[in-house]
Design a protein around this ligand. Structure first.
Ligand SMILES: C[S@@+](CC[C@H](N)C(=O)[O-])C[C@H]1O[C@@H](n2cnc3c(N)ncnc32)[C@H](O)[C@@H]1O
Length: 423
Protein backbone atom coordinates (compact mmCIF):
# COMPACT_ATOMS: atom_id res chain seq x y z
CA UNK A 1 0.00 0.00 0.00
CA UNK A 2 1.94 2.95 -1.21
CA UNK A 3 -0.88 5.52 -1.11
CA UNK A 4 -2.32 4.97 2.38
CA UNK A 5 -1.15 4.34 5.92
CA UNK A 6 -3.17 3.31 8.98
CA UNK A 7 -3.21 5.74 11.89
CA UNK A 8 -5.10 5.50 15.19
CA UNK A 9 -8.62 7.00 15.15
CA UNK A 10 -10.18 8.64 18.22
CA UNK A 11 -13.28 6.42 18.31
CA UNK A 12 -13.12 3.98 15.37
CA UNK A 13 -9.84 2.07 16.04
CA UNK A 14 -7.98 3.23 12.95
CA UNK A 15 -8.19 5.45 9.91
CA UNK A 16 -6.49 5.41 6.52
CA UNK A 17 -4.52 8.56 5.70
CA UNK A 18 -2.92 9.50 2.40
CA UNK A 19 0.86 9.09 2.37
CA UNK A 20 1.17 11.61 -0.48
CA UNK A 21 -0.92 13.96 -2.59
CA UNK A 22 -3.50 11.99 -4.56
CA UNK A 23 -5.02 13.70 -7.57
CA UNK A 24 -8.74 13.41 -8.31
CA UNK A 25 -9.34 10.22 -10.30
CA UNK A 26 -6.26 8.41 -9.07
CA UNK A 27 -6.43 4.83 -7.91
CA UNK A 28 -5.89 4.69 -4.15
CA UNK A 29 -5.98 0.97 -3.59
CA UNK A 30 -7.21 -2.15 -5.34
CA UNK A 31 -8.88 -4.77 -3.13
CA UNK A 32 -9.58 -8.46 -3.73
CA UNK A 33 -12.91 -10.01 -2.79
CA UNK A 34 -12.77 -12.65 -0.09
CA UNK A 35 -16.14 -13.90 -1.24
CA UNK A 36 -19.21 -12.53 -3.03
CA UNK A 37 -22.82 -13.41 -3.75
CA UNK A 38 -25.24 -12.31 -6.49
CA UNK A 39 -28.66 -10.83 -5.76
CA UNK A 40 -31.38 -13.42 -6.55
CA UNK A 41 -32.60 -11.49 -9.62
CA UNK A 42 -29.07 -11.60 -11.10
CA UNK A 43 -28.81 -15.40 -10.84
CA UNK A 44 -28.48 -16.89 -14.32
CA UNK A 45 -27.81 -13.40 -15.78
CA UNK A 46 -24.28 -13.04 -14.44
CA UNK A 47 -21.52 -15.57 -13.94
CA UNK A 48 -21.45 -16.64 -10.28
CA UNK A 49 -17.65 -16.45 -10.24
CA UNK A 50 -16.57 -13.38 -12.23
CA UNK A 51 -20.01 -11.65 -12.23
CA UNK A 52 -19.77 -10.57 -15.87
CA UNK A 53 -23.11 -10.56 -17.72
CA UNK A 54 -23.18 -13.23 -20.37
CA UNK A 55 -26.02 -14.71 -22.47
CA UNK A 56 -24.74 -18.30 -22.65
CA UNK A 57 -24.07 -19.22 -19.02
CA UNK A 58 -23.76 -22.90 -18.19
CA UNK A 59 -25.44 -24.37 -15.11
CA UNK A 60 -23.50 -26.35 -12.56
CA UNK A 61 -24.57 -29.94 -13.39
CA UNK A 62 -24.51 -30.86 -9.70
CA UNK A 63 -26.87 -28.32 -8.11
CA UNK A 64 -28.21 -26.48 -11.18
CA UNK A 65 -28.16 -23.34 -8.99
CA UNK A 66 -24.81 -21.76 -9.93
CA UNK A 67 -24.02 -20.45 -13.42
CA UNK A 68 -20.68 -19.90 -15.12
CA UNK A 69 -19.43 -18.18 -18.25
CA UNK A 70 -16.44 -20.54 -18.71
CA UNK A 71 -14.83 -23.72 -17.44
CA UNK A 72 -12.16 -21.50 -15.91
CA UNK A 73 -14.77 -19.66 -13.80
CA UNK A 74 -16.43 -22.93 -12.80
CA UNK A 75 -13.05 -24.34 -11.68
CA UNK A 76 -12.22 -21.13 -9.85
CA UNK A 77 -15.42 -21.27 -7.79
CA UNK A 78 -15.30 -25.06 -7.41
CA UNK A 79 -11.91 -24.80 -5.76
CA UNK A 80 -12.86 -21.73 -3.72
CA UNK A 81 -16.03 -23.10 -2.09
CA UNK A 82 -18.50 -24.81 -4.40
CA UNK A 83 -17.01 -28.32 -4.11
CA UNK A 84 -18.03 -28.25 -0.44
CA UNK A 85 -21.51 -26.82 -1.00
CA UNK A 86 -22.74 -28.24 -4.30
CA UNK A 87 -24.27 -31.53 -3.12
CA UNK A 88 -26.03 -29.99 -0.11
CA UNK A 89 -27.13 -26.76 -1.76
CA UNK A 90 -30.71 -27.54 -2.80
CA UNK A 91 -31.55 -29.32 0.46
CA UNK A 92 -30.14 -26.30 2.30
CA UNK A 93 -32.05 -23.62 0.38
CA UNK A 94 -35.34 -25.56 0.66
CA UNK A 95 -34.88 -26.13 4.42
CA UNK A 96 -37.35 -24.44 6.78
CA UNK A 97 -34.47 -22.63 8.50
CA UNK A 98 -33.35 -20.98 5.23
CA UNK A 99 -36.87 -20.36 3.93
CA UNK A 100 -37.84 -18.57 7.15
CA UNK A 101 -35.14 -15.91 6.59
CA UNK A 102 -35.94 -12.43 5.22
CA UNK A 103 -34.46 -11.76 1.72
CA UNK A 104 -31.46 -9.81 3.06
CA UNK A 105 -30.82 -12.54 5.66
CA UNK A 106 -30.87 -15.18 2.90
CA UNK A 107 -28.18 -13.23 1.08
CA UNK A 108 -26.09 -13.04 4.26
CA UNK A 109 -26.64 -16.76 4.87
CA UNK A 110 -25.36 -17.57 1.36
CA UNK A 111 -22.37 -15.28 1.78
CA UNK A 112 -21.59 -16.89 5.14
CA UNK A 113 -21.94 -20.36 3.58
CA UNK A 114 -19.42 -19.39 0.89
CA UNK A 115 -17.10 -18.02 3.55
CA UNK A 116 -17.23 -21.06 5.83
CA UNK A 117 -16.67 -23.44 2.89
CA UNK A 118 -13.87 -21.25 1.61
CA UNK A 119 -12.02 -20.81 4.90
CA UNK A 120 -12.20 -24.49 5.87
CA UNK A 121 -8.67 -25.80 5.98
CA UNK A 122 -7.06 -22.37 5.44
CA UNK A 123 -5.55 -19.92 7.88
CA UNK A 124 -8.16 -17.14 8.16
CA UNK A 125 -5.53 -14.69 9.45
CA UNK A 126 -2.84 -15.24 6.82
CA UNK A 127 -2.70 -11.48 6.21
CA UNK A 128 -3.46 -9.27 9.23
CA UNK A 129 -4.72 -6.40 7.07
CA UNK A 130 -6.69 -8.53 4.64
CA UNK A 131 -8.66 -11.10 6.59
CA UNK A 132 -12.13 -11.46 8.06
CA UNK A 133 -10.69 -11.85 11.56
CA UNK A 134 -9.01 -8.44 11.42
CA UNK A 135 -12.34 -6.60 10.97
CA UNK A 136 -14.33 -4.79 13.66
CA UNK A 137 -17.60 -6.47 14.65
CA UNK A 138 -20.87 -4.53 14.39
CA UNK A 139 -22.89 -3.44 17.44
CA UNK A 140 -25.80 -5.87 16.96
CA UNK A 141 -25.59 -9.43 18.19
CA UNK A 142 -27.80 -11.16 15.63
CA UNK A 143 -28.26 -14.94 15.72
CA UNK A 144 -26.16 -16.72 13.10
CA UNK A 145 -28.31 -17.96 10.19
CA UNK A 146 -28.15 -21.61 9.09
CA UNK A 147 -25.23 -22.27 6.73
CA UNK A 148 -24.91 -24.74 3.87
CA UNK A 149 -21.67 -26.18 5.14
CA UNK A 150 -20.20 -27.12 8.51
CA UNK A 151 -16.78 -28.53 9.25
CA UNK A 152 -15.26 -30.06 12.39
CA UNK A 153 -12.28 -27.77 11.74
CA UNK A 154 -14.38 -24.62 12.19
CA UNK A 155 -15.95 -23.92 15.58
CA UNK A 156 -19.36 -22.34 16.13
CA UNK A 157 -17.56 -19.48 17.92
CA UNK A 158 -15.49 -18.81 14.79
CA UNK A 159 -18.57 -18.75 12.55
CA UNK A 160 -20.26 -16.42 15.05
CA UNK A 161 -17.23 -14.14 15.01
CA UNK A 162 -17.20 -13.99 11.19
CA UNK A 163 -20.94 -13.32 11.03
CA UNK A 164 -20.61 -10.52 13.62
CA UNK A 165 -18.46 -8.69 11.03
CA UNK A 166 -21.12 -8.79 8.31
CA UNK A 167 -23.34 -5.76 9.12
CA UNK A 168 -20.29 -3.62 9.68
CA UNK A 169 -18.14 -4.57 6.74
CA UNK A 170 -20.05 -5.94 3.76
CA UNK A 171 -20.12 -3.96 0.54
CA UNK A 172 -22.78 -3.79 -2.13
CA UNK A 173 -21.21 -4.59 -5.51
CA UNK A 174 -22.45 -2.40 -8.33
CA UNK A 175 -22.18 -1.72 -12.02
CA UNK A 176 -22.73 1.95 -12.90
CA UNK A 177 -24.11 2.42 -9.37
CA UNK A 178 -26.76 -0.32 -9.77
CA UNK A 179 -26.31 -3.01 -7.14
CA UNK A 180 -26.06 -6.60 -8.33
CA UNK A 181 -24.39 -8.40 -5.44
CA UNK A 182 -22.80 -8.27 -2.01
CA UNK A 183 -19.24 -9.03 -1.08
CA UNK A 184 -16.56 -9.02 1.57
CA UNK A 185 -13.46 -6.99 0.69
CA UNK A 186 -11.45 -7.18 3.93
CA UNK A 187 -8.71 -4.73 2.98
CA UNK A 188 -11.21 -1.99 2.06
CA UNK A 189 -13.18 -2.68 5.26
CA UNK A 190 -10.05 -2.52 7.36
CA UNK A 191 -8.91 0.75 5.82
CA UNK A 192 -11.82 3.08 5.20
CA UNK A 193 -14.05 4.87 7.67
CA UNK A 194 -17.27 6.59 6.70
CA UNK A 195 -17.95 10.22 5.85
CA UNK A 196 -21.18 11.70 4.46
CA UNK A 197 -18.81 13.89 2.40
CA UNK A 198 -16.43 11.21 1.15
CA UNK A 199 -13.25 12.08 -0.75
CA UNK A 200 -13.12 8.61 -2.35
CA UNK A 201 -15.49 6.08 -3.88
CA UNK A 202 -15.46 2.35 -4.54
CA UNK A 203 -15.98 0.94 -8.01
CA UNK A 204 -15.94 -2.63 -9.23
CA UNK A 205 -13.85 -4.14 -11.99
CA UNK A 206 -15.32 -7.14 -13.78
CA UNK A 207 -13.39 -9.30 -16.19
CA UNK A 208 -14.16 -12.80 -17.49
CA UNK A 209 -12.49 -15.58 -15.52
CA UNK A 210 -11.33 -13.32 -12.69
CA UNK A 211 -13.03 -12.66 -9.35
CA UNK A 212 -14.45 -9.12 -9.12
CA UNK A 213 -12.11 -6.49 -7.72
CA UNK A 214 -12.84 -3.28 -5.88
CA UNK A 215 -10.92 -0.15 -6.75
CA UNK A 216 -11.01 2.85 -4.45
CA UNK A 217 -10.63 6.08 -6.42
CA UNK A 218 -10.02 9.68 -5.22
CA UNK A 219 -13.06 11.87 -5.98
CA UNK A 220 -11.05 15.06 -5.50
CA UNK A 221 -7.45 16.00 -4.81
CA UNK A 222 -6.45 14.56 -1.43
CA UNK A 223 -3.65 16.12 0.62
CA UNK A 224 -0.89 14.14 2.34
CA UNK A 225 -2.03 13.02 5.85
CA UNK A 226 -5.71 13.66 5.01
CA UNK A 227 -8.07 10.85 6.07
CA UNK A 228 -9.54 8.92 3.14
CA UNK A 229 -13.19 8.04 3.62
CA UNK A 230 -15.91 6.24 1.71
CA UNK A 231 -19.60 6.60 2.33
CA UNK A 232 -21.36 3.61 3.92
CA UNK A 233 -24.83 4.67 2.75
CA UNK A 234 -26.55 7.24 0.59
CA UNK A 235 -25.86 10.56 2.37
CA UNK A 236 -29.23 11.83 1.09
CA UNK A 237 -30.88 9.83 3.90
CA UNK A 238 -30.63 13.03 5.88
CA UNK A 239 -33.07 12.25 8.69
CA UNK A 240 -32.27 8.56 9.14
CA UNK A 241 -28.56 8.23 8.51
CA UNK A 242 -27.36 8.91 12.09
CA UNK A 243 -29.70 6.22 13.38
CA UNK A 244 -28.39 3.73 10.82
CA UNK A 245 -24.77 4.53 11.78
CA UNK A 246 -25.62 3.89 15.43
CA UNK A 247 -27.61 0.69 14.90
CA UNK A 248 -25.62 -0.94 12.09
CA UNK A 249 -22.12 0.39 12.59
CA UNK A 250 -22.04 1.60 16.18
CA UNK A 251 -20.66 5.10 15.61
CA UNK A 252 -21.81 8.69 15.47
CA UNK A 253 -20.83 10.57 12.30
CA UNK A 254 -19.17 13.94 13.03
CA UNK A 255 -18.57 15.06 9.43
CA UNK A 256 -19.28 18.73 8.63
CA UNK A 257 -22.57 17.79 6.98
CA UNK A 258 -23.75 15.93 10.10
CA UNK A 259 -22.60 18.82 12.31
CA UNK A 260 -24.62 21.23 10.13
CA UNK A 261 -27.78 19.12 10.49
CA UNK A 262 -27.20 18.69 14.21
CA UNK A 263 -27.00 22.48 14.53
CA UNK A 264 -30.17 23.24 12.53
CA UNK A 265 -32.21 20.64 14.46
CA UNK A 266 -35.31 18.83 13.14
CA UNK A 267 -36.01 19.57 9.48
CA UNK A 268 -39.45 21.25 9.05
CA UNK A 269 -42.07 19.54 6.89
CA UNK A 270 -42.18 20.86 3.32
CA UNK A 271 -44.90 23.45 2.62
CA UNK A 272 -47.82 22.63 0.30
CA UNK A 273 -46.41 25.07 -2.26
CA UNK A 274 -43.65 22.75 -3.54
CA UNK A 275 -43.13 24.82 -6.71
CA UNK A 276 -42.49 27.92 -4.60
CA UNK A 277 -39.93 26.02 -2.49
CA UNK A 278 -38.21 24.74 -5.61
CA UNK A 279 -38.06 28.25 -7.14
CA UNK A 280 -36.56 29.56 -3.89
CA UNK A 281 -33.90 26.82 -3.94
CA UNK A 282 -32.90 27.57 -7.55
CA UNK A 283 -32.68 31.27 -6.76
CA UNK A 284 -30.57 30.63 -3.66
CA UNK A 285 -28.13 28.35 -5.51
CA UNK A 286 -27.81 30.84 -8.38
CA UNK A 287 -26.99 33.70 -6.02
CA UNK A 288 -24.75 31.75 -3.63
CA UNK A 289 -23.57 28.47 -5.16
CA UNK A 290 -22.99 25.86 -2.44
CA UNK A 291 -21.93 22.26 -2.34
CA UNK A 292 -22.05 19.64 0.40
CA UNK A 293 -18.64 20.78 1.66
CA UNK A 294 -19.57 24.42 2.02
CA UNK A 295 -22.88 23.80 3.79
CA UNK A 296 -22.61 25.28 7.24
CA UNK A 297 -19.76 27.64 6.38
CA UNK A 298 -22.28 30.52 6.09
CA UNK A 299 -25.77 31.01 7.57
CA UNK A 300 -28.40 28.98 5.71
CA UNK A 301 -31.87 30.57 5.21
CA UNK A 302 -34.25 28.87 7.63
CA UNK A 303 -37.22 29.05 5.23
CA UNK A 304 -35.23 26.81 2.82
CA UNK A 305 -34.61 24.06 5.38
CA UNK A 306 -37.65 21.95 4.26
CA UNK A 307 -35.72 21.11 1.06
CA UNK A 308 -33.70 18.73 3.24
CA UNK A 309 -36.76 16.76 4.27
CA UNK A 310 -36.36 13.20 2.97
CA UNK A 311 -40.02 13.20 1.84
CA UNK A 312 -39.40 16.31 -0.32
CA UNK A 313 -36.24 14.84 -1.89
CA UNK A 314 -38.07 11.56 -2.60
CA UNK A 315 -41.03 13.39 -4.12
CA UNK A 316 -38.84 15.50 -6.44
CA UNK A 317 -36.87 12.39 -7.49
CA UNK A 318 -40.10 10.50 -8.25
CA UNK A 319 -41.57 13.36 -10.29
CA UNK A 320 -38.35 13.46 -12.34
CA UNK A 321 -38.22 9.66 -12.77
CA UNK A 322 -41.85 9.48 -13.91
CA UNK A 323 -41.55 12.21 -16.53
CA UNK A 324 -37.97 11.94 -17.81
CA UNK A 325 -38.58 9.20 -20.41
CA UNK A 326 -41.99 9.94 -21.88
CA UNK A 327 -42.68 13.45 -20.63
CA UNK A 328 -44.14 15.86 -19.93
CA UNK A 329 -40.59 17.13 -20.41
CA UNK A 330 -41.18 20.55 -18.88
CA UNK A 331 -42.15 18.76 -15.65
CA UNK A 332 -39.15 16.43 -15.96
CA UNK A 333 -36.68 19.24 -16.57
CA UNK A 334 -37.97 21.49 -13.81
CA UNK A 335 -38.01 18.69 -11.18
CA UNK A 336 -34.65 17.48 -12.57
CA UNK A 337 -33.07 20.92 -12.05
CA UNK A 338 -34.40 21.06 -8.48
CA UNK A 339 -33.00 17.59 -7.81
CA UNK A 340 -29.62 18.63 -9.24
CA UNK A 341 -29.38 21.56 -6.81
CA UNK A 342 -30.44 19.29 -3.93
CA UNK A 343 -27.70 16.83 -4.86
CA UNK A 344 -25.15 19.63 -5.10
CA UNK A 345 -26.07 20.70 -1.56
CA UNK A 346 -26.04 17.21 -0.07
CA UNK A 347 -23.15 15.46 -1.80
CA UNK A 348 -19.48 16.44 -2.06
CA UNK A 349 -18.16 17.74 -5.41
CA UNK A 350 -17.67 15.03 -8.09
CA UNK A 351 -19.91 12.58 -6.25
CA UNK A 352 -20.91 10.01 -8.91
CA UNK A 353 -24.65 10.39 -8.16
CA UNK A 354 -24.41 14.02 -9.34
CA UNK A 355 -22.75 12.92 -12.59
CA UNK A 356 -25.38 10.23 -13.21
CA UNK A 357 -28.16 12.74 -12.63
CA UNK A 358 -26.57 15.26 -14.99
CA UNK A 359 -26.48 12.55 -17.65
CA UNK A 360 -30.19 11.83 -17.01
CA UNK A 361 -30.90 15.56 -17.44
CA UNK A 362 -28.96 15.59 -20.74
CA UNK A 363 -30.92 12.54 -21.95
CA UNK A 364 -34.19 14.18 -20.93
CA UNK A 365 -33.28 17.33 -22.87
CA UNK A 366 -32.53 15.16 -25.90
CA UNK A 367 -35.86 13.29 -25.51
CA UNK A 368 -37.54 16.66 -25.51
CA UNK A 369 -35.79 17.72 -28.74
CA UNK A 370 -36.81 14.57 -30.60
CA UNK A 371 -40.39 14.41 -29.38
CA UNK A 372 -41.58 18.02 -29.29
CA UNK A 373 -42.22 20.20 -32.27
CA UNK A 374 -40.11 23.25 -31.57
CA UNK A 375 -38.81 26.07 -33.73
CA UNK A 376 -35.12 26.32 -34.62
CA UNK A 377 -34.18 28.82 -31.93
CA UNK A 378 -35.95 26.84 -29.15
CA UNK A 379 -34.19 23.70 -30.38
CA UNK A 380 -30.81 25.48 -30.30
CA UNK A 381 -31.46 26.55 -26.71
CA UNK A 382 -32.42 23.03 -25.54
CA UNK A 383 -29.41 21.56 -27.39
CA UNK A 384 -27.11 24.05 -25.64
CA UNK A 385 -28.61 23.07 -22.29
CA UNK A 386 -28.19 19.39 -23.17
CA UNK A 387 -24.48 19.97 -24.00
CA UNK A 388 -23.94 21.82 -20.72
CA UNK A 389 -25.38 18.91 -18.70
CA UNK A 390 -23.42 16.42 -20.76
CA UNK A 391 -20.08 18.20 -20.33
CA UNK A 392 -20.51 18.43 -16.58
CA UNK A 393 -21.64 14.79 -16.37
CA UNK A 394 -18.55 13.75 -18.35
CA UNK A 395 -16.22 15.76 -16.11
CA UNK A 396 -17.59 14.07 -13.00
CA UNK A 397 -18.02 10.52 -14.29
CA UNK A 398 -14.56 10.44 -15.86
CA UNK A 399 -13.11 10.91 -12.38
CA UNK A 400 -14.57 7.61 -11.18
CA UNK A 401 -13.90 6.07 -14.60
CA UNK A 402 -15.54 3.00 -16.09
CA UNK A 403 -16.90 0.40 -13.71
CA UNK A 404 -18.78 -2.88 -13.88
CA UNK A 405 -20.34 -3.84 -17.21
CA UNK A 406 -18.91 -2.63 -20.49
CA UNK A 407 -21.83 -0.42 -21.49
CA UNK A 408 -22.65 2.41 -19.12
CA UNK A 409 -22.67 6.17 -18.64
CA UNK A 410 -19.35 6.97 -20.35
CA UNK A 411 -20.50 5.08 -23.46
CA UNK A 412 -23.89 6.82 -23.31
CA UNK A 413 -22.14 10.20 -23.08
CA UNK A 414 -20.13 9.43 -26.25
CA UNK A 415 -23.30 8.41 -28.12
CA UNK A 416 -25.18 11.54 -27.06
CA UNK A 417 -22.17 13.72 -27.95
CA UNK A 418 -22.13 12.32 -31.47
CA UNK A 419 -25.88 12.77 -32.06
CA UNK A 420 -25.64 16.33 -30.77
CA UNK A 421 -22.96 17.04 -33.37
CA UNK A 422 -25.19 15.92 -36.23
CA UNK A 423 -26.64 18.89 -38.12
C1 LIG B 1 -15.48 -0.95 7.96
S1 LIG B 1 -14.84 -0.51 9.51
C2 LIG B 1 -13.74 0.78 9.10
C3 LIG B 1 -12.34 0.52 9.59
C4 LIG B 1 -12.18 0.59 11.07
N1 LIG B 1 -11.89 1.95 11.51
C5 LIG B 1 -11.09 -0.35 11.57
O1 LIG B 1 -10.24 0.08 12.33
O2 LIG B 1 -11.15 -1.52 11.20
C6 LIG B 1 -16.25 0.24 10.20
C7 LIG B 1 -16.09 0.66 11.63
O3 LIG B 1 -15.16 1.73 11.73
C8 LIG B 1 -15.61 2.72 12.65
N2 LIG B 1 -15.95 3.94 11.92
C9 LIG B 1 -16.17 4.07 10.60
N3 LIG B 1 -16.43 5.34 10.27
C10 LIG B 1 -16.40 6.05 11.40
C11 LIG B 1 -16.60 7.42 11.71
N4 LIG B 1 -16.88 8.31 10.78
N5 LIG B 1 -16.49 7.79 13.01
C12 LIG B 1 -16.19 6.89 13.98
N6 LIG B 1 -16.00 5.57 13.74
C13 LIG B 1 -16.09 5.16 12.48
C14 LIG B 1 -16.84 2.15 13.32
O4 LIG B 1 -16.42 1.42 14.44
C15 LIG B 1 -17.36 1.21 12.25
O5 LIG B 1 -18.17 0.21 12.79
Amino acid sequence: MINVRLEPHASGRSQAVATKRLAAGSLIVSCDALTTVLLPQEKGQRCDACHTRSPGLRKCSGCAAYFYCSTQCQNLQWQAHHKRICKRFNKYTSSIGFQALAPHEKLDALLLSHLVAQLDGTDPVNDPLNSITSLLPGPSNLPVPPVAYASPRISIAEVKDWYAKFGNNNFVIHSHLTTFGHGIFPLASRLFNHSCLPNAAAKYILSPSNPPKMEVVALRDISPEEEICLTYLDPALLQTRQQIFQLTYGFECRCTSCLFFEKVGPIPNPPTDRDGLSAQLLQFMKATPHDGMSLGSAPFPSDLLPIFHESYIAEVAETFRNASHDGPYTVALSSGKTLLELYRLIYPPNYPQIGMHLLELAKTSWNRIVSENMDASAERAVKAECRTYLNEAKGILQILGPEGDEDGPLVEIKTLESVLEEP
